[in-house]
Design a protein around this ligand. Sequence first.
Ligand code: SF4
Length: 93
Amino acid sequence: MAKSNESLDFGIKPEARAAWDKLCKLQDENPVYPCASNPYLFADSDFLTEDEAEQICHGCPLLKACYDFAVANGEQHNIWGGINFSISPEELF
Ligand code: SF4
């Protein structure tokens, strides 16, 4: 997940704006979370397994807000809230 930053707002759908704002607020309130210290952790996230994604995000204070934003924005890549959104439902089941 990208760090909150005005320059990274590109690609946020209007219907996901509230979820994004909530996520950014939580980032400001909780500056220590797994991908904050290593944003490049997710550079190859399309290739991580579901278990690896869950392990990386385990205990993150932003977990639910991160997931909610990804769903609202229709994300199809990278890890959000412990879920690898690059994996299609067909691959999960
Ligand atoms: S849930 Fe995962 S991807 Fe989202 S902010 Fe936390 S560590 Fe990053």
